[in-house]
Design a protein around this ligand. Sequence first.
Ligand code: GLY
Ligand code: MN
Ligand code: MN
Length: 451
Amino acid sequence: MRVRNGWVRGALVLAAVVLCFSVAYSRVREPNGSYAERRAKLRAQVDAPVVIFGFTGREDASPSYIFGQEENFYYLTGHNEEGAALLLLPEKSDNGPKEILFLPPRNKPMERWNGPRIGFEDSDASAQTGFTNVEAFAKLKERLESLAKTYTTIYTLLPGRVENGYPHRTNWNNWLRTKLPGVNLKDISQPIAAMRQVKSASEMVILGRSIDLSADAHIEAMKMIRPGLYEYEVAARMVYVHMRGGAEREGYAPIVGTGFNSTLLHYNGVRAQIKDGDLVLMDVACEYSGYSADITRTVPANGKFTPRQKEIYEIVLAASDAAIAAIKPGVMSGGTTPGTLQKIAMDVINSRGKDKDGNPLGKYFIHGLGHPIGLNVHDPAVPGRALEPGMVITIEPGIYIPDENIGVRIEDDILVTETGAKNLSARVPRTVAEIEKLMAEAKKNRGKQKD
Ligand code: GLY
Ligand code: MN
Ligand code: MN
């Protein structure tokens, strides 16, 4: 129900989502009610206050940046501006506001640089953000100190064992520990991750747009690829298609690897010239209004797979097809036990083809089969949770044989439905015949255009 109806509802809410493309928020948002529903759901699960800090804008070393909000904060607020915080109280708490959005004041000189922001003192701050209670960020400390008289625990986002990138969580945890010395800080990331795993209809509209733009970019790349081009020319074309379609940035740095570089999983050189006989692997996708797609295709530089390239390609494709065919609610994605998608794909790869020494090819499939996508290209997942309708995951088997300069990965974005799966990136050519046909047509057209 949730998903098949979800797609129908997705179309119906499209207008509502588009209407949320307001001046203050420079990208498409879900309606305020979607974020409010999530907050209510989280508040119903906790027995203590939750405080979550948004990014400040200082995460990026560059003075001018494309602001991408802390994802959990964004998921619960839809607020994509700097220096905010969210306070939620349990559903069963005493009288008083159950949700407060804390915002910094307007900074007019700064707005001459970065554009207008919503300030706590704006008369329409509530209408814009969907929060009845919007307060000055400077009040947060006072609010928390008062809550600490009642609660011995506060939930927040605790840093993981290693905090990659900007130490956002570490910094705010230090701040909380200093301000609330007697309070026990507990992690709230798992309940939010559990919610993030199942996409709503309005999220699907946005994620669908991200996938569509990324699919368009792959098709354009396939049409242009030929020996003599440089990897960065292909990447540039793909980024152009994304941005022309309204994406704010890439979901991750484009991976375009030719020849040996196709065997490097997260190759980021993107400098080499494409040679006749190479395979070109493109793992490229955009972020649209916060949501990232994740698509990979591998094509022959000259438009025609060699027999060996075709053999390897078709093994990867068979692994992908087998895994996608096995998707349905209740199935486990990762793991090595029978019935998991990972094992199904690995069994296909191990049972077909050999390397030069006659060994099975499983040892060249050196990564996980997939992961959730959403506000992050590697969206969080609750460990050990089986697939459910509304989840969107990648299926991305690969075989990488450095000795043969062959790296093949095929990555699609898959919606789990009530009964199975829907491949949201299927329109990007996947079979050998589809890829060769598209590239042959493009070559013919290039000949006519004399480029
Ligand atoms: N694009 C990164 C990945 O496929 O996981
Ligand atoms: Mn991926
Ligand atoms: Mn990828």
